[in-house]
Design a protein around this ligand. Structure first.
Ligand SMILES: Cc1ncc(COP(=O)(O)O)c(C=O)c1O
Length: 434
């Protein structure tokens, strides 16, 4: 390492240590955030080093991250992108590729999803001219069931795209089985559930394709970032093409003639030998991330197991501590799953002698951060009113979630002391009103 770089990185470590000087936890004063990035000195030096080397575009760190992350999740291919939302858009759009011939999704085809979720799990359906079919979820697990999905399958149904809610796996083995029986594609939005398992198997490995987000609230962060993963090599090629402007060529930017046939292709109505680097087989995007992001992803990835352990520990402490508190629906792991929790959801019983607003206000006044279960019921948001969709059954629980549910944090920076303060605060509030 050259001397200047060594000095800068040494100083970076010192700066990190200075900035880390956290005071003691002061209940009611110290913020208990619902989510956030957990960054140590290795993360900081990795970022600085990538910047010093001016690795400003996607390059070797991105490729290294992709191969390490795919291995960590037990899948063959990973494609790094600029957000979890982009990952979802690419994942679904991949199924519209002409390369899938008769199996491709076409305008008007239906995709089953849930109303109680994050918007960009559903938006790719609409953005591709497909029709979302909304089903309800259960309270406590906040996931839908195979039974509800089965009831929604109709003659136009071609795919299922659902997120594991707040890290809690949906009945993914059963839903994958349904998908197989009905010849449907299954897209697992695993943005909130990295490290979760169902039947002992990692979420994200059941469907045809899966997505991850690296926004700071998530299990691993790159600031902004996301990933599309699959073990289907044909799909992986389509995702890569869609991510990289729609190119047919698979040479990295800056790399030439990896295919050894750069000037020997004839595609479309182009002249023979048109440079393969500039042949476009998809109507694509540019959704690449940079090596600066990937450098952070690599150091974060080393800590994934510890992060998941901390999330489970915090969730368990809250769950045990709040057990038996009246008027609240406490969260439950889906049977046969081991969630790597994203958050701890609470639903105020509609008949409770207090409102969600009052409880949330009480907690927020104590610096205990709360969040809604994302959209609650997407069909009630201005963006979706008037969009073509189908609802199967009633969205009763999605409405209850919109009106009565919120979640508090379990992310790794939160300590036992903080969790105990959350527990005692909820108990104090409910105890005073029960
Ligand atoms: C389930 C789910 N899917 C997708 C996303 C989108 O990820 P991003 O914020 O990286 O675009 C989120 C974001 O939090 C999410 O919770």
């Amino acid at each position: 390492m050259d001397v200047h770089k060594g000095l800068i990185l040494d100083e970076t470590v010192k700066l990190h240590q200075d900035r880390q000087a956290n005071g003691p936890f002061v209940p009611g004063t110290t913020e208990i955030w619902p989510a956030g990035a957990v960054l140590d000195e290795r993360d900081r030096t990795a970022l600085v080093e990538a910047a010093l080397e001016m690795r400003i575009a996607a390059g070797p760190s991105s490729r290294k991250f992709e191969s390490r992350f795919a291995r960590a999740l037990g899948l063959r291919k990973a494609h790094l992108v600029n957000s979890g939302s982009s990952a979802n858009l690419l994942a679904l759009t991949a199924f519209t590729s002409p390369l899938l011939e008769d199996r491709r999704l076409r305008r008007g085809d239906e995709v089953i999803t849930v109303a109680a979720g994050f918007p960009t799990t559903v938006n790719p359906i609409i953005q591709n001219g497909l029709v979302p079919v909304f089903v309800d979820v259960e309270l406590a697990t906040y996931n839908t069931t195979a039974e509800r999905v089965a009831a929604a399958i109709g003659p136009k149904t071609r795919a299922i795209m659902i997120a594991h809610a707040l890290g809690n796996p949906f009945e993914v083995a059963e839903i994958a089985q349904l998908a197989e029986e009905h010849d449907l594609f299954l897209i697992e939005d695993n943005c909130d559930a990295v490290g979760s398992t169902y039947d002992g198997r990692a979420t994200g490995t059941f469907g045809d394709i899966t997505t991850v987000s690296f926004y700071p609230a998530h299990h691993l962060t790159m600031g902004e970032g996301g990933c599309v993963l699959t073990s289907n090599l044909a799909l992986a090629r389509i995702v890569e093409s869609l991510r990289d402007w729609g190119r047919d060529c698979w040479c990295e930017p800056g790399e030439t003639n990896k295919c050894l046939k750069r000037f020997q292709y004839q595609m479309g109505t182009l002249p023979e030998g048109y440079d393969h680097k500039y042949i476009f087989s998809h109507v694509g995007y540019n959704m690449k991330a940079t090596d600066i992001q990937a450098a952070l992803g690599l150091t974060q990835l080393d800590k994934l197991d510890d992060f998941c352990t901390a999330r489970r520990r915090n969730w368990r402490r809250l769950r045990d501590g709040l057990d038996g508190v009246p008027h609240l629906v406490l969260p439950e792991a889906t049977p046969r799953s081991d969630p790597s929790w994203f958050g701890f959801a609470l639903t105020v019983d509609p008949d409770a002698p207090f409102s969600r607003a009052a409880l949330v206000g009480f907690l927020e006044d104590r610096k205990i951060g709360t969040r809604r279960l994302f959209a609650g019921n997407l069909t009630r948001h201005p963006a979706y009113i008037g969009q073509e969709h189908r609802v199967v059954g009633e969205l009763t629980n999605s409405d209850i979630i919109a009106e009565q549910t919120f979640w508090v944090g379990v992310y790794p920076a939160l300590t036992d002391e903080m969790m105990d303060y959350v527990i005692s605060s909820v108990k104090e509030f409910v105890g005073g009103r029960a």
